[in-house]
Design a protein around this ligand. Structure first.
Ligand SMILES: Cc1cn([C@H]2C[C@H](O)[C@@H](COP(=O)(O)OP(=O)(O)O[C@H]3O[C@@H](C)[C@H](O)[C@@H](O)[C@H]3O)O2)c(=O)[nH]c1=O
Length: 383
């Protein structure tokens, strides 16, 4: 099975002037909005910033955010009236994923900008490997109406290439990975009922069309008990566990498959799960990035959009990844772009090939400036 290879340490710039950031996060669906905002906020404070995280629904933080919260990071309910708005708006205001900052806050921002310096106002966008990202990254948009008319909002796009905003990578990610490797990946696996020779597959997904096909394949492989190829499925709580349960209900033969239903865990432990597994089936935005940093074979269940816009987004990612043919076919079947029965059969050889692909991609990313360093540079430039 693919061995876990920690990232090599890299220098992280730490000379940013301390500033107060107001980061706004509105939860659309699932956990990605919360997950990305929490990681960004935590890393900003780790690099000397103060962050007020404004959320319309912070419930997922109860299990996702490690305790205690880092000093310098405070979480606040969505401001409903002027009484909820701080006396001074931060030097940086960030709207995550196109959410609009609430009216009472906007009023204070506009008044402060008229009397003093406007904050650096950033719209932090969704992650994509499509070409438009590099074109739109760092573009200004001047407000033409409303209380903040005349002010500029900047588009900031995360991305996979050096001409984009990059990806979140914590300053201590390589050190955490090295400590995990030193503690022993087998210890994590043993604590979760896995043996070294097992093929541990983590599942964090929506309802992949080809899930029944994958489970049937894994069941056959379990039954034939090929040496060194004992599939063990680790399902994350919620939709992944429910999707597996539904597939097993539809086909009772799948009961013979080894399935470990996990509890929700804080982000650092979620990361460890990705480091411990031999194949990570991830979804959305944040877990995809984490699976890349894990350096293990990965498959992405992309967030489906009604107009199928996710098809082009998936292919752009696969192109950037330089995904080998079988990995591309697996993604297409997994995401419903190709018939479910075209799902390639997993073998140790395929996983080795896919790991090489992830590691090459990770190396490219590691050589680029991470998203938090780029945000800090951008703010310094525009202040
Ligand atoms: C299951 C689990 C998840 N997590 C975290 C990891 C991530 O930060 C977060 C999951 O977020 P994602 O991987 O992005 O997947 P998601 O599907 O939950 O979120 C999605 O929501 C849509 C609205 C967006 O448009 C998508 O782009 C995407 O972000 O949950 C834990 O920390 N512990 C856990 O046990």
């Amino acid at each position: 099975m693919p061995d876990f290879l920690p990232l090599s340490p890299s220098a992280v710039p730490s000379n940013a002037a301390p500033r107060t950031w107001d980061l706004f996060c509105q939860v659309i669906d699932n956990f990605g909005d919360v997950g990305v905002c929490w990681r960004a906020a935590s890393e900003l404070v780790a690099r000397g910033q103060t962050v007020r995280l404004w959320m319309d629904d912070a419930s997922a933080l109860q299990w996702m955010a490690p305790l205690p919260h880092p000093p310098g990071l405070t979480v606040h309910p969505w401001p409903a009236s002027a009484a909820d708005v701080p006396a001074r708006v931060g030097e940086v205001v960030v709207e995550a994923f196109g959410c609009e900052i609430p009216a009472p806050f906007l009023q204070t921002l506009a008044a402060q900008a008229a009397a003093d310096r406007p904050p650096v106002w950033i719209n932090l966008e969704y992650l994509s490997a499509e070409d438009y990202v590099a074109r739109c990254h760092r573009l200004p948009s001047r407000l033409m109406s409303g209380p903040a008319s005349g002010l500029t909002r900047w588009f900031f796009y995360p991305g996979f290439t050096a001409d984009t905003g990059g990806l979140i990578a914590e300053h201590d990610l390589a050190a955490r990975q090295a400590a995990f490797a030193a503690r022993g990946r087998s210890a994590w696996r043993a604590a979760h009922g896995l043996q070294d020779g097992d093929c541990a597959i983590s599942l964090f997904c929506y309802e992949p069309p080809a899930l029944p096909q994958l489970l049937a394949q894994l069941r056959e492989q379990t039954a034939s008990a090929q040496a060194g190829w004992q599939p063990q499925l680790l399902t994350t709580p919620g939709r992944a566990t429910a999707a597996v349960a539904a597939a097993r209900q539809a086909d009772p033969r799948l009961e013979s498959l080894d399935v470990h239903a996990l509890d929700t865990s804080p982000q650092p432990q979620f990361d460890e799960m990705l480091w411990a597994c031999d194949l990570n089936l991830v979804r959305g935005e944040d877990s995809l990035v984490r699976a890349l940093w894990a350096g293990q074979p990965l498959v992405w269940h992309i967030y489906p959009q009604d107009d199928n816009a996710h098809h082009a987004k998936l292919d752009a990612f696969l192109d950037w990844l330089q995904a080998p043919a079988a990995l591309r076919s697996f993604h297409h079947a997994w995401n419903g772009l190709a018939p479910a029965d075209s799902l390639p059969r997993l073998t140790p050889g395929l996983l080795r090939e896919w790991q090489a692909c992830t590691l090459a991609a990770r190396q490219k990313l590691h050589a680029q400036t991470d998203l938090i360093a780029q945000l800090l540079q951008f703010v310094a430039e525009k202040s």
